[in-house]
Design a protein around this ligand. Sequence first.
Ligand SMILES: [Fe+2]
Ligand SMILES: [Fe+2]
Length: 303
Amino acid sequence: MTIRFVFATDSHYHPRAEKDFGPPKMLTRGREVLEAMVEEINASRPEFIVHGGDLLCGGSAFELPWELYLQSVDDVAAAFERFRAPFYCVPGNHDCDAGTGTFAPLAEQIHLPELLDVVDVAPRLRLALANIYQANPMEVGSGEWTEDLDTALAEAGRQALADGCAVILVVHPWVLPGFAPPESPNQGLVKGAERLIETVSNQPAVVAVFTGHRHINRIRMYRDFLIVDTACLIGFPMGFREIRLGEDGLLTAIWHQLDLPEVLEASRQRSIPEINDRWQGEPHDRETEVLLPRLRALWSGGG
Ligand SMILES: [Fe+2]
Ligand SMILES: [Fe+2]
């Protein structure tokens, strides 16, 4: 038995952008990217689809007015209706309205976790979908891993272990430090990341953590679990991940680049090669095979 799913993130749809904003984003091409995303994810025939947040261009930086925010929610909800597999997502800091900080219009059309949703997505596999924006995302852009989230994850981990199920934690910002200026070494990192890492370390049913937010591809083993960070879909390298989980505990990551060569090239031209390499990561940050010891132990243990 192999489980196949898609992980996509930071698609940042804008219904009427007058400029592309910071590279590698191509916000003026939002409609084409949204259409290609739905079509190509469907074509890869996943069992389910997970989005890591920042579906929209609300929140800070983009100055999206309320009417356009509502329009973008409608457009994205209508497009994602066409997914031919169950869809799950976590909120990102750009999924709220810029004026009020509310996620409510999006949550009315696309289910968002209030704290931590734990869902059975395949035999012996659960997602733990975290909402780390309990405070206004305009103030805490990278969110916070709170005590309540920590308690909920520990409980989900214990329950999954008892049931012989693996858990994948999905959270919008990064959980391990990355490129950052010396004056703010925790840039893009969820507040309370150390505690999150400690709790995951202590919960052997949690086999991997998937994130977005930094718009950079990176795959790292930390102790005995995997951390999969994924680049944005709205700019270079303009793709999504197909993930396969084998019964033997092997995770295979396959990179699908959208078939929009002209938009991709325009995005690539916005940065020097060294920066583009940062967005896309090394070859094994895009496509790799990793044996997950926790998954192997859970799935080969019978039951
Ligand atoms: Fe983003
Ligand atoms: Fe973000």
